[in-house]
Design a protein around this ligand. Sequence first.
Ligand SMILES: NC(=O)c1ccc[n+]([C@@H]2O[C@H](COP(=O)([O-])OP(=O)(O)OC[C@H]3O[C@@H](n4cnc5c(N)ncnc54)[C@H](OP(=O)(O)O)[C@@H]3O)[C@@H](O)[C@H]2O)c1
Length: 278
Amino acid sequence: MEGRKVAIITGSSSGIGLQTSVLLARSGYLTYATMRDLRKSSPLKEIAIKEKIPIEICQLDVTDENSVSNGIQSIIRKAGRVDILVNNAGYGLTGAFEDLSIEEIKLQYETNFFGLIRTSQAVLPIMRAQKSGIIINISSGLGRFGIATNSAYASSKFAVEGLTESMSYELEQFGIRTIIIEPGIIKTNFINSSKLAVKAKDSNSPYRNFMQNSEKGTIKLNESGQDPELVAKIIMKAIEDTNPKLRYLAGKDVEQIMEIKNKLSDEDFHSMLNKMGD
Ligand SMILES: NC(=O)c1ccc[n+]([C@@H]2O[C@H](COP(=O)([O-])OP(=O)(O)OC[C@H]3O[C@@H](n4cnc5c(N)ncnc54)[C@H](OP(=O)(O)O)[C@@H]3O)[C@@H](O)[C@H]2O)c1
């Protein structure tokens, strides 16, 4: 394995993280596919064995300080370097803003935002010493515009965008690139893993009907979701780009909606999204 470039991916048990781990390993990266629950490692293990690709599976929970620090340090001890970090672990919290508890919002940020800060801070010393490295943060179309019932999720992804953009100015002097990936609707475990706020389940919630309509819309939209392999391919393209960009959209749906958004005022975009929800 000597001489291979090294990649670390968080949230590799399913979806975008799993497909990205496979694609990086197929492309020759010594790939450390991390996940919080090793009991979910079988699908990835089977592909790695069948294809004889260089995947090492490691435990890492992005919300746990010790797990991140032990996990990343042990990878650095074994591999000696880190070329790519893909911060992919994440989940959605749904519910009207008034129905979200501070605790639920904090947990959303613990994974989607602070999780990515922990792993990035853990790899930066070695990337600086190497004078090279790429940190790829998985945001969302909802890192560019908010929608109803997703205020916690969208704001956590807006935070990822601001963080990554700011980091880019500081890290370019050390040869380190930061990249934001903005997927559209992708068919993964995401919808099943989403958490519905406790108060949103209450039949007395003033947002009950609104929530139910929104849930129907989400299920319908998810049917048109694209394959997670598409996001993995865009991540590879971002890594290999000779003229790298800060942001990459991943999916026809998000490309179309951003093209429209860029031409409209906030108010006209708001009216358009309202009409789409009718
Ligand atoms: N699917 C979409 O439509 C979509 C659109 C835009 C952006 N995204 C973003 O894409 C990323 C990947 O999501 P996905 O669509 O591939 O969904 P997914 O299939 O549910 O995968 C999410 C991954 O994150 C992991 N994870 C959650 N909490 C974690 C923690 N505390 N520590 C480590 N891993 C954790 C999950 O592990 P477990 O298996 O243990 O739960 C799983 O491996 C997320 O950041 C998501 O916000 C998804």
